[in-house]
Structures are given as structure tokens and as C-alpha cells.
Design a protein around this ligand. Sequence first.
Ligand code: GLY
Length: 350
Amino acid sequence: MTTVEINASKSYQVKIGHSLLSQIGAEINKLGYVRKVCIVSDSNVWPLYGEKVLTSLLKAGLQACYFLIPAGEDSKNGANYLDLLNHLAENRLTRTDVIAALGGGVVGDLAGFAAATFLRGIRFVQIPTTLLAAVDSSVGGKTAIDLPSGKNLAGAFCQPSMVLCDIDTLNSLPEDVFRDGCAEIIKTAILFDPSLFKTLCQDTLAFDRESVIACCVTHKRDIVRADEFDRGERQKLNLGHTVGHCVETLSNYTLSHGKSVAIGTAIIARAAAKLGLCSQETATKIQWLLMNFELPTTTTLSAKNLAACARTDKKRTGTTINLIIPKEIGSCILYPISINDIESIIEAGL
Ligand code: GLY
């Protein structure tokens, strides 16, 4: 097992290893003063792992209840959020009790936002069961729900009390969903780590899961320590996301987050090369690695439509958007542009 210590406004451990689900009760007891745990999970994950987690909690002497949502981004909505708060209240969770998010990014974001706000804040534990959640969304304390007008528009920074990543759960992921998580790993490699990039080039899907997840979490630890509240450096984690979110939104979420980010990353890399901000060789390497993971790198959407969507990006400040531009593998910069220039930059990368 590998443990990564996170030191943000709250310190906690991320534990990555095999057979961790059966130890969840004992691990949660280590947090102290826990009486009851509400597991939040979805219709895909609960049938696979719900009983194991419940048994582990009861064996550790904890009381447990659970709240399930249909799998998918649509569930990260205000109605489910309020239902979850009511469920917590009806089950009389108190400030010393814990929410356990068992699932991927949707479950983690919804459960985390409920934890941030129920009784003005109770503790929560992330138990990521997708690669994407393991390497990114379960760590760093971003929690949110979607509003009808956009993704993640209501949320809070709220660090979990612990992250338990049982890599055995990744075995049940459809390969396509596993590849989605690979897009975030490739993003991390482009941002910070030429050696991880090389490993991915050599091993593709056969990479060592424990060490690659630990490597991504370690990079995320560093960025969260430097800029927990997303005012500067942390925005680099949005590499490929400004355009990627637009691809995702304009597909009405029929294209997954990982694939949309892959397209966004390839577009920005090609645009950066055309604008002389990185070498053609760097852009080609990025595109090649994405394609090697069978991730998409192009879209039929127009620059005009993508730019119109990008102008509504919540990360926009006034009339400026910070794009993340790869300079070389392992080094990216924040590149503020006027919203009037976004269309021509996207056009350059299509
Ligand atoms: N997923 C991006 C971040 O945590 O900042």
C-alpha cells in the first residue's frame, strides 16, 4: 500500500492499495468519535461493492445507512443534493458522523458538497472506484453540483478526512471508462512529469496502477498545497478543460469527461504549436500519446460554437480566460487571453 499525506487547510492521508474496501470500517474508526456513516453511492457501484462496505462498517461497530443515485452526470443535481441532506437529517447524523462517497466523480462531488453544508459541515471520506476519481477528483477538496445553466456551478472547497483508493475496484471498470481516467493521467504527465509521460508512452494501458495513481496524487498534493483555493497554480489542472468542458456540454454529455478533455488537450496543443508557444514536436507527442490510448483528438464542432460556450466558462474573470498552454512535456503556463481571442485560438487548434 502507498500512502500520500496531503497538507491543506486540513491534513489527511490518501491510501492506495489492494483489498482496502474490507478495511473501511477500521479506517473510519481511526478518525475518532464516529458513530454513524452514511454511504453515498450509485446504481452501478452499489451492487458491486455496497455489501462489502456495509459489512466492514458494521464489523467495526459503526452504524450505517446509505443513499443511492442513478449513475451518471445527470444525478449531480440540486434535487438529489436536497434529498441527500434530508436523508442525513432523517437518519440523525450529527457533526461527529461521516459521509462515505463510494463511487466516481459524480458521487464524490455530490457527497462532498452535502458534507460541506450539512450542519455547516461534517466529515467525509472519499472511496474512489473510477480511475478518474482516484487520480484527480477525490483529492483536493473540490465539491459541487451542476445547475441547469452549467456544470459545477454550486459548490464548496471542502477537504475530505481520508481517501481510500482500493485499486481492485478498477478491475470492474469498462475499458472505455478506464481510458477516461487515462486522459487525466496524461494531463498530469504533460503538466508536471516527463518521466510519467515516458512510462505512459512505453506501457500504455499496462501501466502499474498503484504507482501511477500515487504519482498523480503526489503532483496533486503539491499543487493543492501551493494553491488550495484555485487562485493561480491550481488552475493548471484545467489543461484541456476549457475547450473540453465545451465539447462535453455541446454533446449534451453524451461524450464523457475524459474523452472531452482529451479533445480539449489536443486542440490546445495544436493551437500552441501554431502560435509558436510550443514546438510542433511537443504538440505531436501529446497527440500521439492520446491516440495511443485510443482517446479522441478531434471534434466536428465549430470554433464559433466552442468559443461561444467557452465565453460562459465559470473560470473566466471579467473579460479574461486563463488558458493552460503546454510549453514542453512537464511544463505548462497560465496564458491569459481576452475572450475576444478565444475563437481564433480554438480555430488554430481544430
Ligand atoms: N480537478 C481539478 C482540481 O481539482 O483543481
